[in-house]
Design a protein around this ligand. Sequence first.
Ligand SMILES: Nc1ncnc2c1ncn2[C@@H]1O[C@H](COP(=O)(O)OP(=O)(O)O)[C@@H](O)[C@H]1O
Ligand SMILES: Cc1cn([C@H]2C[C@H](O)[C@@H](COP(=O)(O)OP(=O)(O)O)O2)c(=O)[nH]c1=O
Length: 318
Amino acid sequence: MSDGLFISFEGVDGAGKTTQVQQAHNYLQERGLRSRVTREPGGTPVGLTIRELVLHGLAAFPSVAVTGGTDVVDASDDLAPRTEALLYAADRAEHVAQVVRPALERGDIVLCDRYLDSSLAYQAGGRDLSVDVIRRLSLWASQDLLPKRTYLLDADPSQSKSRLDHEPDRLESAGDDFQQHVRQAFLQLAQREPDRFLVIDATQSIEQVWQIIQDDLDKLVEGREPDLPQVDDDLPDVDDENDDTGAQDDADKDESAAGYEDDEQATETDWTESADTSDQDDQSMESGTAGGDADDDSVPVGSRARWLLRPRLLRKTR
Ligand SMILES: Nc1ncnc2c1ncn2[C@@H]1O[C@H](COP(=O)(O)OP(=O)(O)O)[C@@H](O)[C@H]1O
Ligand SMILES: Cc1cn([C@H]2C[C@H](O)[C@@H](COP(=O)(O)OP(=O)(O)O)O2)c(=O)[nH]c1=O
């Protein structure tokens, strides 16, 4: 397979995904590592068209709304749930084939603002379609590509919504119950795959959330560092390092800050009862730690500090 590293960011609208994707991108670039920011829906030209349709419905295509030649000509008509699911899957198929896989094959670190778990949370969790069907559809579309790590930025949707400064799109307007279902569906997914997910309390400050992601990212990158392309030509000035991450002083960081002290936040819902039986679900629900503590002991003390020094050493020897 590929040498790259695939990372996704998930959570309800306004949880802070785009902000943290950008933080991660800047951080990796500053360290001379090639990272690629992308998103779903809309990571390709075809995807941008699909994005317009799923986020704004036929209102995005007024000429079609008028001349559609069917009964469904009102721009305010909603998409049927299965249509919506297929459109997100089509966006994913195009995105993985045209952007994500090629980048991973080049050895890039791919930072994806939403991915397959959004389909599971919104189309299955929110729209009451079978999670099994949605998972199989997404895996078929992506040819079984799953991220190595998924950061779930968890927040109460009523709180995160207040952060948004744009007009709500179709899904953002879908109502509080829908958003609450989506949040619970995300938490449940994280419980089922504790090795892939790291759940982070997104009501913390941007800097606190980033600190948690940065720590985890360091461990992930360290694990594969020999495979990474090192771009030492564009290294940042040593004095500027970490300027916009607010991440310099992490010596005393509380490891438990990653999310919650235990997994009580992941409430059981009816949605979980329809859970599928595909390969990804083999992990025990009991082992789910909604804070991603599983990796914490696997990194030797001091290894992160060594890695952080590396760009400086490279620079000084040039
Ligand atoms: N942890 C945070 N605390 C307060 N505001 C935040 C936080 N994270 C992001 N924001 C702000 O909330 C808004 C939405 O953030 P964004 O990253 O676009 O969320 P998302 O991509 O999850 O919808 C932006 O104005 C951003 O600056
Ligand atoms: C990727 C994906 C997104 N969505 C939804 C979630 C969002 O409401 C919308 C994408 O909007 P986005 O721009 O990602 O929203 P935000 O940055 O505010 O979080 O599409 C799905 O329903 N299924 C999916 O598979």
